[in-house]
Design a protein around this ligand. Structure first.
Ligand code: MRU
Length: 339
């Protein structure tokens, strides 16, 4: 995708460095960060400098390639990278692939490049597969950021929206702000501005209001892990939107590449849910009145907070899962992707 007229991916490799877009600085500053070794790459994933299921997978694959180049203990490096984020299935999928297929640093770099390229190819295919769902005039609600920052390029949920817009269809998107980290307000809105997609950021609590008033035609969200029974783990708050969509008769789609499917998880109950630091709830970051970045506390100093990063939407609320292989009914996941 283009930033100020230049094509970028969310992550790539240059020599021994992994280069990423520094996502917490967006939307106010666009800066690249060079990660010099696999430890720095693991740290960037853990602290969400890079985030989003597919981008996490590609970044981890590059991190594994760095470990090969550094000549360090590969099992240890694998564990360091794997332990960064527990929910995104793509992380393990990508690490396993590099470890299983590479016997040398050269092969590891090539495998990591292949993984990143495959995300892009799959995302382009998701755009084509999902395109018929977007009619001219469609008003779509999305949650969090499943765009190109989250999937190397194109994205999953927004990919059909980008394609519809490029083909001249009139689209409009309700962008959930997605507390506590605000990936919708900070990142999805920024991506949409680059592409010229008409949108409005709404408080997470406002989705039901617009659904009830008939101002949402469909919902499309991404996924971090899809269980064999079609249950979907995605950013916290997705479940509420799915239930509200059902209540209001609105189709609710999930878009994800097949690498996000984890058949070893029989149902959503088996998906590990990341609990993040409570300070993400207590503090909010942004640009202050003097134009400088700042962080303020919004809750009483003595209050505690809970901060689950994801929730599970049961398969029964999902109209279809848009994958690179077609739109699949959640109940057909095992049949379609099982060996
Ligand atoms: O915690 P994050 O920002 O890494 O969470 C991932 C997400 O942004 C979403 O849950 C998204 O919908 C799936 S990523 C393709």
């Amino acid at each position: 995708m283009k930033v100020r007229g230049k094509n970028y991916r969310a992550v790539w490799m240059e020599g021994r460095d992994v280069v990423v877009i520094n996502q917490p600085l967006l939307p106010h500053r666009f800066e690249l960060l060079r990660l010099k070794n696999h430890r720095a790459t693991a740290h960037a994933i853990k602290t969400m400098i890079v985030r989003g299921a597919g981008t996490i997978g590609a970044t981890a694959a590059y991190g594994m390639a760095q470990a090969f180049l550094e000549g360090v203990d590969l099992n240890r490096a694998y564990r360091t990278l794997l332990e960064t984020r527990p929910t995104a299935a793509d992380l393990k999928h990508a690490l396993d692939r590099v470890r299983a297929r590479a016997n040398s640093a050269k092969e590891a770099v090539a495998e990591a490049e292949a993984i990143a390229d495959e995300y892009v190819i799959r995302a382009e295919r998701i755009a084509e597969v999902g395109l018929p769902l977007i009619k001219s005039g469609s008003r779509i609600l999305t949650h969090c950021n499943a765009g190109w920052l989250a999937l190397v390029d194109w994205g999953s949920a927004p990919a059909p929206i980008y394609l519809a817009h490029r083909r001249g269809r009139k689209v409009f998107v309700w962008v959930d702000e997605t507390r506590p980290r605000n990936q919708g307000a900070n990142l999805t809105s920024w991506e949409f501005l680059q592409e010229g997609i008409p949108h409005k950021i709404i408080a997470d609590n406002a989705g039901g209001f617009y659904m009830q008033r008939g101002e949402v035609d469909l919902c499309i969200v991404g996924a971090d892990r899809i269980a064999a029974n079609g249950d979907v783990a995605n950013k916290i708050g997705t479940y509420q939107k799915a239930v509200l969509a059902r209540e209001n008769g609105i189709p609710f789609y999930v878009a994800a590449p097949s690498s996000t499917i984890d058949l070893k998880c029989a149902s959503g109950k088996n998906i590990p849910i990341e609990e993040r630091d409570e300070d993400e709830v207590h503090f909010i970051s942004g640009k202050t009145a003097n134009g400088k970045p700042g962080r303020i506390r919004i809750s009483p100093n003595k209050s505690k907070a809970g901060n689950p990063a994801f929730d599970v939407t049961p398969a029964k609320y999902i109209t279809g899962i848009i994958t690179e292989q077609g739109i699949i009914k959640p109940n057909d996941i095992r049949k379609r992707f099982g060996k």
